[in-house]
Design a binder for this molecule. Structure first.
Ligand code: NAG
Ligand code: NAG
Length: 267
């Protein structure tokens, strides 16, 4: 059933995501039934906030305003813990898709914070299968991943958009990472800067997948063995069991040359 759904989705669902009618309620899209990707529900999405039942009643969590209007954003402070997901296998099964998957985050990180957005590890192991870390001190986003075919830990570092103090909305980072095992490509979209592509190592022309074991655990905001937690606000934290070939938000212009406040999606 699930497989059939996936195949159908690959043919129909992904094509149906038109980047011109995406995430933010601006005048032309108001009449659209699904106007706010990635805030609105995307096909087969896994919403991490729903999985952990985050709520402003949790100690250390408050509701804040994010760039997507009329959609909750949460600010995480200490002592909010809730780091390992109790229902990890829903996430690892989603990420275990042999064709690939996409992770999407919309967040505003505190200064000088080393924050792991998501980490998937075997129990008791510090080396992740997949891990995304945002470091607001160094301004670097790090992806680490391990393929089924090798013990090597692959690492990619990307520069994060610069923090822009004068314009609070500019400090929010729109991020999407797709692991495309069919094409052997990793695609990163950050705000409205040009997409970055990195190759996934292949053996004899065959691309490997991550192949997470059944018992793998999923950590949100912190990696196992480290005390540092992601601190700041987050409005979207989702995993899609397919590769997104398009940016999930609207941009006026895709350019690396614009100053940071203009690199943001249309609001
Ligand atoms: C979240 O809430 C749902 C329904 O209220 C419950 O079934 C689930 O166990 C809760 N999950 C967590 C991680 O608390
Ligand atoms: C991922 O797929 C592999 C191979 O099909 C399987 O052995 C493994 O248990 C799967 N992991 C999860 C988390 O479902």
């Amino acid at each position: 059933m699930y497989r059939q759904g996936l195949i159908l989705l690959c043919i129909v669902g992904i094509r149906a995501i038109n980047p011109l009618e995406n995430e933010i309620a601006h005048p032309e899209t108001k009449s659209h039934p699904n106007p706010k990707l990635p805030a609105s529900e995307m096909p087969l999405e896994l919403d991490i906030f729903k999985l952990i039942n985050v709520s402003s009643k949790d100690q250390g969590v408050s509701l804040v305003e994010g760039p997507i209007v009329k959609y909750p954003a949460y600010k995480f402070r200490l002592p909010y813990g809730n780091v390992p997901l109790s229902n990890s296998n829903i996430v690892t099964e989603t990420m275990n898709n042999t064709k690939g998957f996409t992770a999407i985050f919309l967040y505003r990180q505190q200064k000088n914070n080393l924050g792991t957005l998501l980490s998937v590890n075997s129990p008791g192991r510090l080396t992740p299968w997949f891990q995304l870390t945002s470091n607001s001190k160094t301004g670097i986003l790090t992806l680490k991943y391990r393929l089924r075919s090798s013990n090597k830990l692959n690492q990619i570092d990307w520069g994060l958009p610069r923090h822009h103090r004068k314009s609070p909305l500019a400090a929010w980072i729109w991020l999407s990472v797709s692991m495309d095992f069919q094409e052997g490509l990793i695609r990163l979209d950050l705000d409205c800067t040009p997409s970055s592509f990195e190759g996934i190592p292949s053996k004899k022309g065959l691309h490997s997948t991550i192949g997470m074991p059944k018992e793998a655990l999923v950590y949100f905001r912190q990696e196992p063995g480290r005390k540092k937690k992601f601190l700041g606000s987050m409005q979207v934290a989702k995993i899609l069991p397919y590769v997104s070939h398009e940016r999930l938000w609207n941009c006026l212009e895709i350019s690396a040359k614009l100053s940071p406040e203009f690199q943001k999606p249309l609001l």
